[in-house]
Design a protein around this ligand. Structure first.
Ligand code: CP
Length: 315
């Protein structure tokens, strides 16, 4: 693995997953890997989990970490090639990333989608530029279209919790008050459709179909209750439309997950990447139930990042 930006960067998910479980069992067992190493973390938008779990992961490996809030802590960055910089931007991304590469051994980057220009977002214009100018391995802390560290943490959570060999995992769309990116569900599909011991089903209202490049032929069931029948795990998440790009085309509150929705499930365990809008996306009764894995899942963000750092700092 040279960079970590999607499932495709992972040589063998089984090896990576086993390494994560091993690291979780002994979090300080690889402190020599990070000795005299620095992890750089750049955020172009807010974060609680990704920021803190990445710092903790670096410390667990014996490495140092720095964080830059791009734009707020630094000069305002220019992204456009060939720009005449006589306006508000003060430093070009070209120098900024090359310079930051001098100050770290691996660079984690969180970018953002416009939710206006689908081609620009899905071509990962900003993230690709950063990879072009970086001279150290790059980790996606969430890009315009994907959030692989989250999906890897979700996979760790399912693997360590499941009670039987094969499990049914359902990704369900949930209502929200804002138009959100497709990064988390895209990534969830990118990873979970590839796992040989998972029967993966996606459910959402018509019009919320995700990019087929990420759903990879997974079963899509428009009837939420039917989709949830026999489910062992359910991940709820809102996303805006991919087809009518960035639009909220419907916001049916009946899609909010409640215990009643899970009556046909196999006592399903509940996942959500967080942050969650309580009683909009998911009811309190689900979030606070013994079947809710949301805190364990967020805790596993340390181990997904630590495992990826272990690989990239060992290069
Ligand atoms: N799930 C997640 O990435 O959370 P943050 O946006 O708080 O990092």
């Amino acid at each position: 693995m040279k960079n970590f930006t999607s499932f495709a960067d992972v040589d063998d998910y089984r090896v990576l997953l086993n390494k994560a479980l091993e690291i979780k069992a002994d979090p300080f067992g690889y402190q020599h890997i990070g000795k005299n190493k620095t992890v750089g973390l750049i955020f172009f938008n807010p974060s609680l989990r990704t920021r803190l779990s990445s710092i903790k992961a670096a410390y667990n490996l014996g490495a140092q970490a720095w964080v830059l809030n791009a734009g707020a802590d630094s000069w305002t960055l220019e992204m456009a090639d060939g720009a005449v910089m006589n306006g508000g931007t003060q430093e070009h991304i070209k120098e900024a990333i090359a310079v930051m590469s001098q100050y770290c051994d691996v660079l984690g980057v969180r970018t953002f989608p416009t939710l206006k220009d689908r081609d620009e977002d899905y071509q990962e214009v900003v993230f690709k530029k950063i990879m072009q100018y970086a001279t150290v391995p790059v980790i996606s802390l969430e890009s315009a279209t994907l959030h692989p560290l989250q999906s890897f943490a979700d996979l760790i959570t399912v693997a360590e919790t499941k009670q039987k060999e094969r499990v049914k995992v359902v990704l369900t769309w949930a209502p929200h008050v804002r138009a959100l990116p497709q990064c988390v569900p895209n990534s969830f599909c990118d990873w979970f459709s590839e796992i040989d011991w998972i029967d993966f089903v996606i459910t959402h209202p018509e019009g919320y179909e995700l990019d087929p490049k990420f759903t990879k032929g997974a079963r899509i069931e428009y009837d939420q209750r039917k989709a949830l029948e026999g489910a062992d795990f359910v991940q709820a998440k809102n996303w805006s439309s991919y087809k009518d790009y960035g639009q909220v085309i419907s916001n049916d509150p009946n899609w909010m997950l409640t215990p009643e929705h899970l009556t046909g499930s196999n006592d399903a365990k509940f996942l959500h990447c967080l942050p969650v809008r309580r009683n909009v996306e998911v009811s309190d009764a689900i979030l606070d139930s013994p079947n809710s894995l949301i805190i364990q899942e967020a805790g596993n963000r340390v181990f997904s990042m630590q495992t990826v750092l272990h690989e990239l700092l060992s290069l």
